[in-house]
Ligand binder design. Structure first.
Ligand SMILES: *Cc1c(COP(=O)(O)O)cnc(C)c1O
Length: 372
């Protein structure tokens, strides 16, 4: 077993910045001032308080989060949000309300099916017939006037399909139809105008930290919708009132989110910087695909290509397998596509260094020469 760190293209849990891991290692046995590890202290201690508050402050700074939004650190992953969103945002009239879902790939599809367990939904657009290769244009969308919210997934991690612009819904703000967004796989990868959303959330293990914590950014007025009979730990209003400390939050995961957001602010220099870097990285791979004369085939239509997840295929499944195996031996690991779609997928989140993407690009060029 190699102990060398390899270029890890995992879709999630995914690569973390080396300097973050080093800092965590340095502080693992003894958090400065605590005399113990961050895992061994009370979440209500004077030492932990600045960690969770610092993580929140960092996210506020990075995304320029307006003051009328609350930031929650929750457990249960993105999947729990699929259910919590309707449980809370449908409000008291659960029987009569429904929400509009835009289904653009596996994750929004799953979100819609989970929401159906809670109440009624309308799927106002579904990309299934066109193979989930693109997002809808605004002209294709007709939002129901009484929708409790409009649900989107900003970046479909499995299909590698991302919104170049978010669909409108804010134009409906006069009737308060909030836009709800699963940003799990492109959170903190570029600047986002949070004020366009009612709720924006992301599990941490793609771009923001380790598994175990999910970040929910919710507009304050929407907290009033949470019905009294929703159990406390699923109730946004109660979670917000208790600053995510209704019970023990995932302290270690929050600590790593603090370090990752420190890294983004201080080492990278903010979201404009990381967005430019991410674009450069993605272009290296998409250009290779486009210049391969059809040897490598991407999935999404060009305009909707994900900057974070780059799925691609070779001329045959045998070659896909061969590519994956040989790439693995070359230190380029976890390139297999999602089990539901096969093929290959390179996830190139914030923490994937440009050198890793260059190494993959060179490997792709070389592989085609030998096997094309
Ligand atoms: C990974 C992912 C999820 C699932 O996250 P869990 O934390 O495992 O529940 C949901 N949505 C998107 C867009 C994802 O990338």
């Amino acid at each position: 077993m190699s102990e060398k760190r390899l270029y890890n293209f995992s879709a999630g849990p995914a690569v973390l910045p080396l300097s973050v891991l080093q800092k965590a290692q340095e502080e693992l046995l003894c958090l400065p001032g605590a005399g113990a590890s961050v895992m061994e202290i009370s979440h209500r201690s004077k030492t932990f308080e600045p960690i969770i508050n610092g993580a929140e402050e960092n996210i506020r700074k990075l995304l320029n989060v307006p003051p009328n939004y609350r930031i929650l650190f929750l457990q249960g992953g993105a999947l729990l949000q699929f259910g919590m969103i309707p449980m809370n945002l449908y409000g008291k009239e659960l029987q009569t309300v429904s929400a509009d879902y835009i289904v653009t790939g596996s994750w929004s599809k799953k979100a819609a099916s989970e929401a159906k367990l809670v109440g009624r939904i309308n799927t106002i657009w579904d990309g299934k017939d066109t193979g989930y290769k693109r997002k809808p244009t605004d002209a294709e969308l007709s939002i129901n006037e009484d929708a409790a919210y409009v649900y989107i997934c900003s970046n479909e991690t499995i299909e590698g399909v991302q919104y170049p612009q978010y669909p409108v819904s804010q134009s409906r703000s006069e009737v308060n139809i909030p836009l709800v967004c699963d940003a799990s796989s492109d959170f903190l990868s570029k600047p986002v105008d949070v004020s366009k959303f009612g709720l924006l959330y992301a599990c941490a293990q793609k771009n923001a930290g380790p598994a175990g914590v999910t970040i929910v950014i919710i507009r304050e007025d929407l907290l009033d919708r949470s019905p009294e009979n929703v159990p406390s730990l699923l109730n946004y209003r109660k979670l917000a009132e208790n600053k995510s400390m209704l019970n023990t939050p995932p302290t270690f995961a929050v600590y790593i989110v603090k370090l990752v957001t420190d890294w983004l602010l201080n080492r990278i220099g903010g979201l404009d910087k990381i967005a430019a870097l991410n674009k450069e990285k993605a272009a290296l791979l998409y250009d290779t695909i486009d210049q391969s004369g059809g040897y490598y085939r991407g999935h999404a239509e060009k305009e909707y290509r994900s900057v974070m997840n780059v799925p691609f295929r070779l001329p045959s499944e045998e070659l896909d397998k061969k590519f994956e195996t040989e790439a693995n031996s070359a230190g380029l690991v976890t390139l297999g596509g999602h089990r539901s779609v096969g093929g290959l997928r390179a996830s190139i989140y914030n923490a994937m260094p440009k050198e890793g993407v260059i190494a993959l690009r060179d490997f792709m060029t070389d592989f085609q020469k030998k096997n094309g």
